[in-house]
Write a protein that binds this ligand. Structure first.
Ligand code: PHE
Length: 377
């Protein structure tokens, strides 16, 4: 394209409005207007609008008046004069438009930048621990369990003594448990009537007591919730974490039911071929007590750093509900028996996704959450 050629009212190559460089037309009355064309660049606001009306206005506009006079001119003059007049009018129009646009930009009025990247939509995801809890609850629901919840603030009776902890059990130590009050009893007097010091529950097991206090068996419940311990935040510990408790009490329930139910759960949650083993352990509120391991989800039993070369991963604590616990809540221990378990869905999620550090679950790092949300185990 040739510089100076007019395209859509703009001079190509100069980057300037058409009118600004308009050559004299040779008609004195038109050329007399050229200084005003140049002057538009220096006008603003009301002065700019006034000038626009003075030149192009339908009633008073000078150019409008000249255009109106065109038909009176002799035909041969009309042509070239008319063409010059129209060019001048277009120049004025372009100059006014350019100036108005510049003023608008200078005022900072919003302008649309079509090259700007669009805003990404923020899509949330269910946290891996919440997801594990939901799935665990769903599997137990299909096995006939309901969901129960209890408060995160308990007293010593609920958290420890109703669960058959001896008064001198190390878990009662300040190093392990986060107490909220002194209570004056220091745990020594704590009983059913006087629960002792308030604390942040260290496990979901006190909700077993609350469920059993509600009325007579049978009970089949799972109990998700947060628990708190005076632990440092390190790759395998957090001061606050989720647990899920399970409790089944009825006539004639035995260890076989415990193992069968938990094996069924693990086969559904992990995979039908996941191997399970039950090891003896100790908890004050179960007798006998056990810990349940599953085949390491990373090496499938051959041994790797995640399972410390054992081929197994610890999943949960469990056992037959201690008769003292049944009696503490008024359940007839001669007639009823049952089992309980407690597991950490955080640990479950770590096993499932092969996370090396529990702190990832607390970081709120959207990259991790997004990655896990899109990944079905
Ligand atoms: N409450 C125990 C813990 O936090 C787990 C558990 C629950 C063990 C129920 C046996 C039965 O470690």
């Amino acid at each position: 394209m040739i510089a100076g050629e007019i395209v859509w009212g703009w001079e190509v190559g100069t980057g300037k409005g058409e009118g600004e460089d308009m050559d004299p037309t040779g008609y004195p009355d038109l050329d007399a207007l050229l200084p005003r064309l140049d002057g538009i660049d220096r006008l603003d606001g009301a002065a700019l609008e006034e000038e626009r009306i003075a030149v192009l206005g339908r009633k008073q506009g000078v150019l409008t008046a000249l255009l109106r006079g065109l038909p009176e001119l002799p035909a041969e003059e009309r042509r070239s004069y008319g063409a010059a007049l129209n060019r001048l009018k277009a120049s004025f129009q372009a100059a006014f438009e350019a100036r108005t646009g510049a003023a608008r930009d200078a005022r900072g009025a919003p302008s649309v930048d079509l090259t700007m990247p669009g805003r990404r939509r923020w899509v949330g995801a269910v946290h891996p621990v919440t997801r594990a809890i939901d799935e665990i609850c769903e599997i137990f629901r299909s096995l006939g369990f309901t969901v129960a919840v209890g408060p995160e603030v308990e007293d010593e009776w609920m958290n420890f003594f109703a669960l058959n902890f001896p008064r001198n059990h190390p878990a009662l130590d300040l190093h392990d448990t986060l107490y909220l009050t002194d209570g004056g009893t220091d745990g020594v007097e704590a009983g059913k009537e006087n629960g002792g010091r308030l604390l942040l529950r260290t496990h979901t097991s006190p909700v077993q007591i609350r469920v059993m206090q509600e009325g007579p068996p049978p009970y089949r419940v799972v109990i998700p919730g947060m628990v708190y311990r005076n632990d440092p935040f390190d790759p395998s510990h957090a001061p606050g974490f989720a647990q899920i408790e399970g409790l089944a009490v009825d006539e004639g329930i035995g260890l076989v039911d415990l193992k069968a139910t938990l094996t069924q759960f693990i086969h559904r949650f992990f995979s039908p071929s996941t191997r399970v083993r039950l090891r003896p352990s100790y908890f004050p509120f179960t007798e006998p007590s056990g810990e349940l391991d599953i085949e390491c989800q990373l090496c499938h039993g051959s041994g790797c750093p995640a399972c410390k070369q054992t081929g197994w991963m610890e999943l949960l604590g469990c056992g037959m509900v201690h008769p003292k616990v049944l009696e503490n809540t008024g359940v007839d221990a001669e007639r009823y028996s049952g089992w309980a378990f407690g597991m950490g869905p955080g640990r479950v999620a770590m096993n499932r996704y092969g996370l090396p550090d529990i702190r990832y679950l607390y970081s709120g790092d959207m990259r991790l959450l997004r990655q896990l949300a899109g990944r079905d185990a």
